[in-house]
Write a protein that binds this ligand. Structure first.
Ligand SMILES: *Cc1c(COP(=O)(O)O)cnc(C)c1O
Length: 382
């Protein structure tokens, strides 16, 4: 039995809703299903305004445009993140100032931010790694003190909370992803959350190619035209119809993923007690949304051997980000400042298979195989 790293889950109604969208005659964006999805987020999580986008990358690009990020502006974010977090701001001319990870877990170290703030700093972009919140009180305090904007990259953070506040709803702006590797999927898809009223009107304009078409469709104006910059950030109704079927099942999806997570955790905690590996940390004030289950190995070599040991049984575990500050595209701009903890997670963290249809038996098999690896008395330093 092959156990892939990820397997997209279908709730069963996706094609039914797509068919409905097709035959209803409205295929472009901002139709019935787009509105249903946006309303779902506004009602369930109390977000002020939600706009469906074609990806989280696009939603982040909209954030950079909304904040008027320009050449010379500085934006603070973790190095241990996906390319898009940085790229969206780099496209507007920003210089990215990378922060190191925490010692206990890969999220950015909120205590390391203040020393990096300069007169050019415009925004802080916390990334909620594995759906576990960054220390948002500290980030929002710094934002208030220095008059900065906060954009939450909550691509992995759906249905997760910080002090009872939903992730994506704490900063001025927030973004989600519905890429097929996330908890709730649409193939490719994303969402922009606008928590600060002053961005709402302009966000709709950027979303609709720089036109005020959205307010035209609501009957607020009698003709629409080109009023600002923007792009075609909105997905078609086919994407929204697929997504809506997923959202209707979000509670079952979350329940199953969180249960998978706990089965892994309970199965592996003996190895952590024996200092063979480290398990994920859900920090104080944060919740766990079952997005990911990772372990932290004691060495890069040990991780490579464990990956092979699992692969022999057709179990596919994968490592994650390579620090962005060392990337071919950005290392010369970043310079020499070292971020050892970000590099540590690049070299030691391993993600185990995690998806809705992952069975208890499969997790048992993975846990046993990992235990077998660490129980081997032979040297693993070779
Ligand atoms: C998945 C992910 C993205 C990108 O999402 P897309 O929808 O694929 O553009 C950005 N940031 C983080 C942290 C992610 O995990």
């Amino acid at each position: 039995m092959k156990i892939p790293f990820n397997k997209p889950y279908l709730t069963g109604k996706e094609t039914f809703y797509i068919q409905d969208a097709v035959y209803s005659g409205h295929l472009s964006g901002n139709g019935k299903y787009t509105k249903k999805c946006q309303k779902f987020f506004e009602e369930k999580y109390g977000f002020k305004k939600a706009l469906l986008t074609t990806s989280c990358t696009d939603a982040l690009e909209m954030c950079a445009m909304l904040l008027d990020i320009k050449e010379g502006d500085e934006v603070i974010m973790p190095s241990y993140t996906f390319v898009s977090t940085a790229l969206a701001f780099v496209r507007q001319g920003a210089k990215i100032v990378f922060v190191d990870s925490c010692k206990s877990q890969p999220n950015m170290d909120a205590d390391a931010i203040e020393a990096l703030i300069t007169s050019k700093t415009k925004a802080i972009v916390p990334v909620h790694y594995a759906g576990v919140s960054v220390d948002m009180d500290k980030i929002m305090q710094l934002a208030n003190k220095y008059n900065l904007y906060v954009v939450e990259d909550a691509a992995q953070g759906i249905d997760s909370y910080y002090k009872n506040k939903p992730l994506g709803g704490i900063g001025h702006l927030g973004t989600f992803s519905f890429h097929e590797t996330k908890n709730v999927i649409a193939g490719e898809g994303g969402l922009l959350i606008i928590n600060d009223d002053k961005f709402v009107e302009r966000a709709e304009i950027l979303w609709e190619k720089g036109t005020n078409r959205a307010s035209f469709f609501r009957g607020e104006i009698n003709k629409y035209g080109w009023v600002d910059t923007g792009s075609s950030f909105l997905p078609s109704e086919l994407t929204a119809a697929f997504l809506f079927a997923q959202l209707e099942n979000i509670e079952a999806i979350q329940r199953k993923r969180i249960s998978n997570w706990h089965q892994y955790y309970n199965g592996l905690k003996g190895l952590e007690q024996d200092h063979k590996l480290r398990l994920p940390v859900v920090t104080e004030n944060a919740t766990n949304n079952g997005h990911m289950f990772y372990i932290v190995c004691n060495s890069e070599n040990e991780r490579a051997q464990l990956i092979e040991h699992l692969k022999e049984e057709q179990i596919y575990a994968v490592f994650h980000y390579l620090s962005l500050h060392n990337s071919p595209y950005y290392q010369s701009i970043h310079g020499q400042r070292e971020l050892p903890l970000s590099d540590y997670y690049s070299n030691h963290l391993l993600r185990l298979p995690m998806y809705y249809e992952l069975s208890e038996d499969a997790i048992l098999k993975i846990v046993d195989r990992i235990k077998e690896f660490y129980d081997k008395p032979i040297s693993i330093n070779g």
